[in-house]
Design a protein around this ligand. Sequence first.
Ligand code: ADP
Length: 460
Amino acid sequence: MIKKLPIKWKLTIWSSVLLSVLFISYNLLQYIVIEKWSVSYEQQNMQHQLTEIEAFLKEKSIRDPSELQRYDHYFATINEKNQMIRILDEKGKPVFTVSHSVPSSWVKPKKATSLQYEIVHHYEDRLLILRSPMTAFSGTIEIVRNMETFDDFRDTIFLVMVATVAGAVILSFLGGSIIAKQLLVNVQAMTNTVKRIKKNGLNERVPVNDTNDELAQLGKLFNDLMDDLEQSFLQQKQFVEDASHELRTPLTIIKGHLTMLNRWGKHDPNVLNKSLQSSLKEVERLNQLVHELLELSRAESEAPNMTEWEMVDVRLVMDSVIRNFENVYADYTFRQIRSESAYIRIVARHLEQIFVILLDNAVKYSQESRKEIHVSIYQEDDVAKIEVKDFGIGIPQADLPYVFRRFYRVDKARSRKQGGNGLGLSIAKRLVEKYGGTISIESKEGQGTTVVMAFPVVRL
Ligand code: ADP
């Protein structure tokens, strides 16, 4: 039953129950202690009186109960309020009684052979009785004390206790529900936001107050998470749009050629040949684009698989990539300005991929100028630095911040002509960052471009 209640009620009920148990047990303990203590206090008091009476009888050398009557004045003074002193003869018959507000008829006389206490009730009154055999003569003395005053006091205390328990329960109930309400206002706000997100989309946020308590922190965290989610959702959407757009261009061109061939070109070997060549080129481009998209997706999503990481000497990888480029681009000069050994932890194939992208760009964008590419590899403190510098067309200052974005090309037409899809640098950046490295680009339009990378080195 209680499991199904809202947290607010659970908190309230638990706090009230716990507090009442605490208060009730504390009060009960106090009540028992008071009760025990006062009975024993009264007993001591009565015993003290008994000793005094015995001493008095001894002093007056009283040997027979019948002599007692003479000293009733003494007994009247020693007797306390709400108390009766009664003396029984050896047969147990009352022979002498002094009393203040305790009628003799309330207590049946009883002989005693040793000191004993008894508690009897007479209607609402509680009577504490001390019985003891007399030493002066054979007989019994009974001191009967009405606990009325103490009982009244005890009842008052009891009432006060009940009132405090009731007060405590009410207070804890109110306090509990106020605290629970305060706590849960934020949770409720969050629940409402999640409901709205479900209904309206990712742009809803939790209202966060400036208390900076745990719930406010949770709210902030939730909003941050939603920001990231929204951001990544928008990016994905943008990416799909961009990718579709990029895919459509070659497809449109191929379709144009096929339509043309279908209409007129079938019997014209010239047109046929030209269109087939163009279409093949576009298919090749499509192939390349799909390949790059796949690479990018891998670079973005794959969690680094540490087991594949190996110690790689950057210089050796660069040497082999440069050798390949030299074979393909015989008209370019690749100069290694600095070539030091530097070991980093990486998947060798990825490092190769990064170098290919950078050298490919360097070649692509310096076709009409000085065909020289400078490469430097060196170690600075704990960092392996790699620089690839060309003297080509460069990148305008305004475009520099965007070149790492997916599909970003400075000059769409020129880049496309050179086979660029605008994905190279974004793939390179994702890969570099995956291995804890950084990549930056400096460029002056018309003078050339330098890409600088830094990777943490492995100490040997
Ligand atoms: P792409 O495949 O089109 O070269 P990248 O992501 O590799 O795509 O580069 C993005 C854009 O940055 C390129 O389109 C080009 O305009 C510019 N760029 C990259 N590298 C160079 C460079 N070395 N020199 C001049 N421009 C460059």
